[in-house]
Ligand binder design. Sequence first.
Ligand SMILES: Nc1ncnc2c1ncn2[C@@H]1O[C@H](COP(=O)(O)OP(=O)(O)OP(=O)(O)O)[C@@H](O)[C@H]1O
Length: 173
Amino acid sequence: MKVVLTGKPAIGKTTVIKKVALQLKGKAEGFYTEEFRDKTGKREGFNVITLDGKKTLLASKNIKTPFKVGSYSVNLEEFEKTVLPALKRALNSRSIIIIDEIGKMELFSDRFAQIVKDIFSDENTTVIATVPAKNIHPVVSWIKKRPDVLLFEVDYKNRDTLPQKILNILEKH
Ligand SMILES: Nc1ncnc2c1ncn2[C@@H]1O[C@H](COP(=O)(O)OP(=O)(O)OP(=O)(O)O)[C@@H](O)[C@H]1O
């Protein structure tokens, strides 16, 4: 089962994923991405939080790396160190895999792109992932076009009911 969420920036994709992950505690592995703000309330960057509780910096305005998205620099090395082992472990153990998100920042990592492909190509693996509305990378359009992907566009009307809908789909599967 492959469930993929897309939708406009800040529409609530991560919130849906977190609600689903909370209900799947112990059965799911993977990560979600959360923004953090400075003292004045301005967005400073993004953290990655793995479902087994590791937190690392994904990107920040206050670091300099060659991997830039707007004013944010991506902390590629730390991202790979934290996320790749979790995804590999999940793929090998056939846990439910949660990937929030398969976006511009994360896709600076070719190794991440490759494991995402491996996960989606494995017909026995259940994955719940988020992708941006824009096809910012070949992997994103490849995922959206897959016939085995159940694609949901998150909007204001469905964002409160989607978590339960996804859980029902997983249960039936
Ligand atoms: N169902 C909801 N009810 C009320 N507020 C919500 C809901 N879902 C999300 N929000 C709020 O909207 C904001 C953005 O939510 P979220 O981070 O989940 O969006 P996103 O689509 O994952 O964003 P991004 O484009 O950064 O990935 C947050 O402040 C969150 O608390």
